[in-house]
Design a protein around this ligand. Structure first.
Ligand SMILES: Nc1ncnc2c1ncn2[C@@H]1O[C@H](COP(=O)(O)OP(=O)(O)OP(=O)(O)O)[C@@H](O)[C@H]1O
Ligand SMILES: [Mg+2]
Length: 418
């Protein structure tokens, strides 16, 4: 699945890159041909104007043209100007160099290619084409000018830029879309894998206490336990194991309620000290059994806090459960409660295996467990901390973790007092 989606992503990116390359090449070609088409058109216009000018000029008397030529030869602009002012020349100029349309201006160029006449001021206009006059005024030319913004290469450039931008946006959208899809499918398949682990883990967690209960129940039923003290011990084990089962089932049920958006909280003023004590009570036996050092530090005179007592107790139980489950060589559990400002801080600390900083964000995700369940050796369904986070956030608070691998962890519920 992931290999397939990875290849699909690679295919899309390669296709997009090829598309970009081809698009770029064809844009360059188009740019070149559009520019030469533009220039050709401009040349044609200039040639046509030159022919018309010559035609009209043919009607003018020969001395007029001779004067114009002589004036140009002297190089004196004023002489040229007065020769151009001759009515016959003026008529030829006006009838052949007029019009042309707004961005194009036709001009008469003297043998030094200097514009000597144009209907409008040339300003910053650039010459894009010129056509030589053949009769009458050889070496003179008719030039075609265009305003800077309207010059062919500028226009073409602008269009190329527009197309490139559109192509670029398209490619970015394609690639971003595929990457997002790829990540989504990755995420989905990861969740599917975690879910499968979750089912296996929960089933295992249910089986262990059940088989203990069954074994002790059967032994008692067969009447094989003669003395009263051992019998009582067996009853206690059965009660304890069923409590553990209930806790596990409550956790899973509450988690599914949260997932379905059906979990509701009923807040009431709650004293903190009994809440902490009652959350720890179910763990008295495993704590004693494991040889744990338990420290409870609840500040004196804590005010009652507005919380859903059962939900917060469940969150606290999950933290204590983790502290026991992920203990290392040093078996300690410290539970503390204090009010700082308008916040209640409920903390559970251990000196256990700890959590790598990179995992701190992920452990609160549903089903997530550090390492694979089979390599970790400690059973769990991976919903405990997801539940803790949901409960604290529903109370307008948050849960924080400080942990160093090998040194231990400290989880703190930060809840508003009101
Ligand atoms: N106190 C802790 N010390 C070290 N690692 C911890 C601690 N608490 C949680 N973790 C890590 O975070 C993961 C997620 O914890 P979480 O409580 O959500 O799941 P779980 O304990 O595996 O299963 P369960 O749903 O039964 O509680 C754990 O699998 C564990 O790897
Ligand atoms: Mg847990």
């Amino acid at each position: 699945m992931t290999t397939f989606s990875r290849w699909a992503l690679v295919a899309v990116v390669v296709a997009a890159a090829v598309l970009a390359g081809l698009g770029w090449i064809s844009l360059r070609q188009w740019e070149r041909s559009a520019e030469s088409a533009f220039r050709e058109q401009a040349r044609d216009m200039a040639t046509m104007a030159a022919e018309k000018f010559e035609m009209v000029l043919r009607g003018a008397p020969e001395p007029v043209i001779a004067r114009l030529r002589a004036a140009a030869a002297t190089g004196d602009p004023r002489a040229v100007e007065s020769a151009l002012a001759e009515p016959a020349v003026r008529e030829a100029l006006e009838s052949s160099l007029g019009g042309g349309g707004a961005p194009t201006i036709l001009a008469l160029l003297d043998p030094q290619s200097r514009p000597v006449y144009a209907r409008e001021s040339l300003g910053a206009a650039q010459r894009v084409a010129a056509a030589r006059l053949r009769e009458g005024l050889p070496d003179w030319q008719i030039g075609l000018y265009q305003q800077p913004g309207a010059a062919p290469h500028v226009t073409v450039r602008r269009q190329v830029m527009l197309f490139s931008a559109a192509l670029g946006i398209l490619l970015v959208v394609i690639v971003a879309g595929s990457v997002t899809t790829y990540r989504l499918t990755r995420r989905e398949s990861e969740v599917a894998r975690l879910k499968a682990d979750f089912v296996a883990n929960v089933s295992h967690d249910l089986k262990t206490p059940l088989s203990v209960i069954r074994m002790f129940g059967e032994t008692l039923e067969m009447g094989r336990v003669p003395d009263q003290a051992t019998r009582e011990e067996y009853y206690r084990v059965i009660t304890r194991e069923s409590e553990r089962l209930s806790r596990l089932i409550d956790n899973v049920l509450d988690f599914s309620r949260i997932e379905g958006g059906r979990r509701t909280y009923e807040r009431a003023p709650t004293p903190v000290e009994p809440l902490v004590r009652e959350s720890l009570e179910p763990f008295a036996y495993p704590l004693a059994q494991g040889g744990f050092k338990v420290e409870v530090d609840v500040a004196a005179d804590l005010p009652d806090v507005m919380i859903d007592a059962a939900a917060v107790a469940q969150a606290l139980s999950n933290l204590v459960d983790n502290a026991i489950k992920y203990a290392g060589e040093r078996k300690t559990v410290r539970v503390s409660a204090a009010v700082v400002g308008d916040r209640l801080m409920l903390a559970v600390a251990d000196e256990g295996i700890g959590i790598a900083p990179a995992e701190h964000g992920r452990i609160f995700e549903k089903f997530y467990r550090v390492g694979r369940s089979d390599t970790q050796g400690r059973r769990g369904s991976g919903v405990g901390l997801a539940l803790v986070r949901h409960v604290t956030e529903a109370h307008g608070g948050r849960v924080t973790v400080e942990s160093t691998p090998g040194m231990g962890s400290r989880f703190t519920l930060v809840l508003p007092v009101r």
